[in-house]
Design a protein around this ligand. Structure first.
Ligand code: FCB
Length: 459
């Protein structure tokens, strides 16, 4: 497969507002969150510790010294939060389940209160006409499993499949879509090699072993869930960063291909092709994972969907050159909507992909709360509106070129605990005042609401 060449900024927001009529019939508009980032109540109702509780206690890990202990207090405020989702006019809500609420030790006995919580949440969505899109693992591994070796330990994959089956048996087909993992690159490379996420290790061998066991856990979970929820869609969510060489010179092109291989192909190809990319395997030398006979067949399960998380592209330059004329979000991520069109087209062209959903896309900017003349609170986040408009236009362009993309989930419903950045990065359509947990719809939320509430195309 070839690396995409640098088309510059071709996707711009349309001057007319997007409506549902710009997307295929049945296209799902949604918003996304994850358990550790919003729930809080980390010690309530029998929840066990997760690796993020532990990581947040270690000095220096979280830039503002905070944790998810309270977060958006969603564990207590979920009915109002679901009302808020409903008020946006969206079709679907993507959320994740905290494994340590359900199995505090990651194995064996189930904590009934944990499953009860998610059952109420799912029923609450259905009562409001929202379609539940669940993610089983968005990084909050039970600490007890980390103590036994975490994802570096093969048994964690088996434990994950057992947990997945338990959840599916209880929530059943009320959940229309189950994603096994969110972004295994983050829960392996970023967490075990780059040390920036829990458990904060710096060991490439362990990271590649973790990545393999995550993929194995995914495959085993899909196998375990199929017969339990035959009517639900099963898939996985990957983060992609399409990688562009700064120039056509051979060094830049080789570096871009390697970057693409390590970030994108290393996860995608075992899942869809049943093999690791040979060039990257070779480059990893003795750090490659131990692959048992049959593992890759388990990993390559038929999938009902592929979740695509896209925030920015990779830009690779041997000389350290930056893209000309680029703008960046508060994360330092380049705003590059064309990358999303290119990515969807490439996945569609080069791989046997199932239908795709953009399961995350969004931007952090330093928001300020203002008080309007009528005393109501507002957040005028024009840059975020522009980001969403441009990226939805990018999705539309892929769709009109024949890519089967079935939905888009804005990251995020509301501001929340942004991992190693704590509360210092805001991605929400809704502003959260952490002092009193007030929620304020931002201009971007109103913009998305207008789109989601527009008239749907006919059949
Ligand atoms: C993604 C994560 C999500 C959020 C966004 C900004 O990598 O899946 O939880 O932190 O980035």
């Amino acid at each position: 497969m070839t690396t995409i060449q640098g088309t510059q900024h071709a996707v711009q927001p349309t001057t007319r507002p997007l409506t549902r009529a710009d997307f295929p019939a049945g296209f799902q508009f949604g918003v996304a969150t994850s358990s550790y980032q919003i729930e809080g109540a980390t010690r309530e109702d029998g929840r066990g510790d997760s690796i993020w509780d532990t990581f947040c206690r270690e000095p220096g890990r979280i830039s503002d010294g905070t944790s998810g202990e309270v977060a958006c207090d969603h564990y207590h405020r979920w009915p109002q939060d679901l009302d808020l989702v409903r008020s946006l006019g969206v079709d679907a809500y993507r959320f994740s389940l905290a494994w340590p609420r359900i199995q505090p030790d990651g194995r064996g006995a189930v904590n009934p209160a944990g499953l009860d919580f998610y059952e109420r949440l799912v029923d609450g969505m259905l009562e409001r006409g929202l379609r539940p899109y669940a993610t089983l693992y968005h990084w909050d591994l039970p600490q007890a499993l980390q103590d036994a070796g975490g994802w570096d330990h093969r048994d964690t994959a088996h434990r994950f499949a057992e947990y997945a089956r338990t959840v599916a048996a209880r929530l059943g087909e009320r959940v229309v879509s189950y994603a096994t993992l969110n972004e295994p690159w983050c829960s392996s490379i970023l967490s075990y090699q780059l040390g920036q996420h829990a458990p904060g290790l710096q060991d490439r061998r362990a990271a590649l072993s973790a990545a393999h066991h995550l993929l194995l856990g995914h495959g085993e979970a899909v196998k375990a869930m199929r017969s339990v929820v035959p009517g639900s869609e099963l898939g996985i969510v990957l983060n992609f960063s399409p990688t562009y060489p700064a120039t056509e010179n051979p060094e830049d092109r080789a570096a871009a291909r390697r970057g693409d291989g390590e970030f994108n192909r290393w996860f995608l190809e075992p899942l869809l092709l049943g093999e690791y990319p040979a060039d990257i395997w070779e480059g990893y030398g003795t750090d490659v994972p131990e692959v048992h006979p049959g593992d890759l067949e388990i990993i390559r399960q038929p999938l009902d969907f592929l979740g695509v998380n896209y925030y920015t592209r990779g830009y690779v330059s041997a000389s350290g050159q930056k893209p000309a004329g680029a703008s960046f979000t508060q994360m330092g991520w380049e705003v590059f909507p064309q990358g999303l069109t290119d990515l969807l087209l490439r996945l569609n062209r080069d791989y046997p992909v199932p239908p795709m959903f953009v399961t995350e896309n969004g931007a952090a900017y330093p928001d300020t709360l203002s008080v309007e003349a009528d005393q109501t609170a507002a957040v005028h986040d024009a840059e975020r509106v522009h980001y969403f408009a441009a990226h939805l236009e990018a999705v539309r362009q892929a769709s009109v070129q024949g890519v089967d993309v079935r939905g888009y989930f804005a990251w995020s419903l509301m501001d929340n605990f942004e991992w190693a950045y704590g509360y210092s990065r805001r991605f929400g359509l809704v502003y959260v005042d952490y002092a009193d947990q007030t929620r304020v719809l931002k201009d971007s939320g109103r913009w998305y609401q207008a789109l989601a509430s527009s008239e749907a195309p006919g059949p």
